[in-house]
Design a protein around this ligand. Structure first.
Ligand code: ADP
Ligand code: MG
Length: 299
């Protein structure tokens, strides 16, 4: 659909991140709701590059059901807007609201969606995401789970990405923090596999898996020194078993050359199980919303 910015009215801010704000907007005549990411062009060049990269990847990923859809965009002298399908929440907001982790069947579906999205980006467009974390995975009440925020994604050049443009430090893989093997590419897809592993464990426990740290430096040194975290024992062997020859925890092997890539993950029993299993994510989310409203109303 063709729209111009004065046909849209804001219904409030949904969030903001590295570059710009995301507003919920309604098309005045049609009533269509969407999420619009806005950025002032007067900002620095780096930010502009990010939003153009974001648009480029979202637009060309229209055929992937696990990537947020683009409805259109405007670029003028003052700002850049990207209009996306409206989702209901990001997983970061969700666990903070619930004040607890998510059940395994929901995490299984998140893993299926995210691995498929990342695999698609790599195979179809030669791109790695570089900023995989709960706030970049969105959920909608119809049950769909989608990856978003491609601003710092990078094109792969012989499977290696060169620029050193960090994502959120908390989700950085050990080899991105401290390259061990000078011959191992720092930005292999396996850096994103690590971020995904950390994300899934955070979703399982409801909190970031490394101890409370007062500085980025402290977080980074824990990632490099500590054993990788694991999911609570209450989860299935496929997901939580300490022995990483068995469980999905092999996505958190500190040595990147021993870590799986997407094809291996897709063939892992944890993903295969949830790929085939029907899980009503929409109803689950609806029930959570209901419970939260009841708590807020003190009933
Ligand atoms: P940034 O580059 O600013 O980090 P994001 O795309 O991650 O941009 O968006 C920031 C926040 O806005 C997200 O954490 C999420 O809560 C919200 N958001 C982003 N896109 C959508 C969307 N399509 N639908 C609903 N909320 C969204
Ligand atoms: Mg973001």
């Amino acid at each position: 659909i063709k729209v111009t910015s004065d046909e849209l009215v804001s219904e409030g801010e949904l969030g903001h991140g590295n570059c710009g704000h995301v507003h919920k907007m309604r098309h005045k005549e049609r009533g269509t709701l969407m999420a619009v990411k806005q950025m002032r062009k007067s900002g620095n060049k780096e930010d502009l590059k990010r939003i153009l990269m974001d648009i480029d990847i979202v637009v060309k990923s229209h055929d992937c059901r696990y990537i947020v859809k683009c409805l259109g965009y405007f670029i003028n002298e003052v700002d850049v807007w990207i209009c996306m399908e409206l989702m209901d929440t990001c997983l970061d907001k969700l666990i903070r609201k619930l004040k607890q982790g998510l059940p395994e069947n929901i995490i299984g579906k998140v893993a299926v969606a995210t691995v498929n999205a990342l695999h698609y980006l790599k195979e179809k467009h030669g791109v790695i995401h570089r900023d995989v974390k709960p706030s970049n995975i969105l959920l909608s009440r119809n049950g769909s789970i989608k990856l978003c925020d491609f601003g710092i994604s990078g094109r792969l050049d012989n499977s290696k990405a060169k620029t050193r443009n960090a994502g959120c430090v908390a989700y950085l893989s050990p080899e991105r923090i401290e390259p061990v093997d000078p011959d191992f590419p720092v930005y292999d897809v396996r850096a994103d596999v690590w971020s995904l592993g950390i994300t899934l464990i955070e979703l399982a426990t409801g909190k970031f898996p490394y101890p409370k740290c007062t500085s980025d430096f402290e977080v980074l040194s824990h990632i490099v020194k500590d054993d990788p975290p694991s999911a609570p024992r209450s989860f299935s062997i496929n997901f939580a078993e300490q022995n990483d020859n068995i469980s999905f925890r092999y996505s958190l092997r500190k040595d990147p050359s021993a870590r799986p890539k997407y094809q291996a993950l897709l063939n892992h029993q944890f993903l295969k199980y949830y790929e085939e299993r029907a899980v009503d994510v929409g109803s689950w989310y609806h029930d959570q919303l209901q419970k939260m409203t009841e708590i807020e109303n003190g009933s």
